[in-house]
Design a protein around this ligand. Structure first.
Ligand SMILES: [Zn+2]
Length: 52
């Protein structure tokens, strides 16, 4: 029961720089996932700074 043929892919968050691992919820969007969490996604650098 120890078959690690395909380790889960990893990426580095563009905001905090921490590595994060593939998750089920990103199954369809993994190619486009660039942030480890929604928090970082909201903190991502924007072309225009427009505070709420
Ligand atoms: Zn992050």
């Amino acid at each position: 029961m120890s078959t690690n043929k395909k380790p889960k892919p990893e990426k580095s968050c563009l905001v905090c720089g921490r590595p994060f691992t593939w998750r089920k919820k990103w199954k369809k969007d993994w190619e486009q996932v660039k942030y480890c969490s929604k928090k970082c996604q909201s903190l991502r650098p924007k072309p225009q700074d427009n505070p709420a």
